[in-house]
Design a protein. Structure first.
Length: 55
């Protein structure tokens, strides 16, 4: 994956948070649930962003 591709994905994630009127309080992190030998198309990954809770 190229640097531009990673940057574009990160910007899309931050735009989604902003459009929902949420505020990110930390960095984006990746959670990978499958072993590295699993085919990439079958892997389950999640992107996690800490957000500020609304009162």
């Amino acid at each position: 994956m190229s640097f531009n591709s990673k940057l574009r994905r990160r910007l899309n994630i931050h735009m989604g948070v902003t459009m929902r009127h949420l505020r990110a309080t930390g960095e984006v992190s990746l959670a990978q649930y499958n072993p590295p030998w699993r085919l990439w198309i079958l892997r389950r990954n999640e992107v996690m962003i800490p957000i500020e809770a609304n009162p």
